[in-house]
Design a protein around this ligand. Sequence first.
Ligand code: BGC
Length: 739
Amino acid sequence: MKMNLPRSLRVSLAALLLLLAFVVISYGRHRQNGSAETQNRPWMNTQLSPDERADLVMKEMTLDEKIDLLHGNGMAGWGKDRPTVHLSNGGAGFILGIPRLGIPSIQMSDAAYGIRNSAANGRFSTALPSNVGSASSWDPVAACEYGTLIGNELRAQGFNMTLGGGANLTREPRNGRTFEYMGEDPILTGTLVGNRVKCEQAQNVIGDMKHYAVNDQESGRNEVDSIISMRAMRESDLLAFQIGIGIANPSAVMCSYNAVNGDFACENKYLLTDVLKKEWNFKGFVVSDWAGTHSTIKASAAGLDTEQPFDHFYAKDFKDAVEAGKISQAELDDHIHRILRSEFASGIVDHPQKRSVIDIEAHLETARKIEEQSIVLLKNSSGILPLDAAKIRSIAIIGQHADTSMISGGGSAQVDPPGTSAPKWLEHIWFPTSPLKAVAAAAPSASVQFDSGADRESAAALAKKSDVAIIFAHQWTSEGMDLPTLSLPENQDALIEQVAAANPKTIVVLETGTAVTMPWLDKVSGVLEAWYAGSKGDVAVANVLFGRANPSAKLPMTFPRSEADVPHPTLIAPPPGSGDHGPEGNERGAKPAFTVHYDEGLKVGYKWYDAENKKPLFPFGFGLSYTTYAYSDLKVKPGKETTVSFTVKNTGSRAGAEIAQVYAALPASAGEPPKRLVAWSKIRLNASESKQVNLTIDPLYLDIYDESASAWKLVPGSYTFMAGASSQDLPLQQKVNLE
Ligand code: BGC
């Protein structure tokens, strides 16, 4: 058939055909080139999926090479050096590569709020605000920037795996690692940790979430058995991981030290296989917490893929068990497949890490911006804040180290400050970020004087003669310990009382890892929770104090009035004599030595205070701004995906960002605490501006976990949706029926 097409169309068609031919030929050539390049190593063909590539490598591997992937090779400063110690990049652990097959070693570093061990390794690491601090931004975008920075610095330092991504819930606020986690709500935690790890991994590093699971106190962490109902666990601690893993698709999950309902987490089949690998379809590998492995056959069958940082259970014993048929080839291959596919999926094979100098200034800027979004304004009587730099004549800066530095969180999260050598384990580390200098720079015409507060009389005298007193109060916390109380240590309460009595224009800036009690709250004019503020904490705090940044952060955890109000007023401590595990950690056949019954169950954080009618000092979701907001026009549309819309107006005279929160109360028959957070949005508004907020509720967030059916379900009935500024300030409410 002859077609009479116009000439222009014929020309275009011919051009199109030519282009197509070019594309087809070059694609074929690329494949050919690819196959030429990958003739001997077909797994290097990037057109193949990570699973296909892993299977191809696995076919070539000897049993010994497989065993090498299953364990660590020691950790500097802990136990004996292995012969391969020289191949370490100076991190917490490493897995040997297989050079003949082009498989790189996995070099792991702790990276909770920055890269660890930089002093010992002669490198620089940026300290971001603590994790609980950054969670106060409620901002997935900030979480992503956090992860991107860490991923970038890891690679620059020669690492290709992070041991960051703390996702445990603040069930026990005295937990010394609260600063490494994202607060008490599973949806907030899961969303933020998910975005952080997703962006970390996008830098071509193996991402990790930890400590799976219910590792909610440090006291006796290696021998505690966390007892918790299935439903409570699924709807709280595990839900945070479920959401985070769904968002980030991390390559690794670290099982925790403790036992959960009888079995150590690193040999807990329910946690590792039934839930993580089967139900959540996790494709990555499970790495033990450091010396958290207790067995070979049991741990392998339960789903532990690699023992770190040692080789007690997953080296010779593992090989023997495979050879004796006690561990099947298929089980071994599943571990290997998971590790290899993660190496391909995360990009560490195709994009090997390259040592480089990071853009320090840009990273410090990121740290400052995130901290400005993380500082929670808790009290601001008679508008004492922001301070007016043009009017203020004299400022007293009070507090230990407030002339030179700010405190940071310890343990394996510790980031080393510039100008220091490697710290000792559990040393209190002060970052050289000087509040005094930052305040002086922000108020150049004021006289800024310092008193350490060691002598309360002298501090009060300075406060009395100053226009305003700013006290920098701190609480140091760390891995490996819990706090005896939530009071500020070292008589700082008495110092604050005395200074505030001398000058009621007293502002307290808290540098804490978790909640603190505030017996002096009524006597001071302002309180800022700055958390562990990171490498630019001083500047960020000064910017908030002087209104260069308008605070927008909200608490990701409840601040109780006293320890008497928390679910377990007395922290359950390990029995005397437990905790001695020899030079390289946990012994063979160890059993959990004591139990902590998390009988508050579903009532974690604000859910506890709501259900028990306890008034917190500051509720979950609370935080002030230098402007004010009004909420109106709630409309809830029930459906497969319920949508909620409402309007937020900036009723003040400054631009700001409001974290608008939506909670749901489930039908009474669901047997749930009074309400749960189901959505939020951070809305930036100029003075007098209004915006409509439209949110779609993820159906999972309205479900309960039905233990008898081992499944999530929606309880049909009447749901109340509430919107507002905090868990205790919800002016908008609407009831709808959900089926
Ligand atoms: C901590 C982990 C950490 C590991 C390696 C353990 O003590 O619990 O969070 O990643 O050490 O330093």
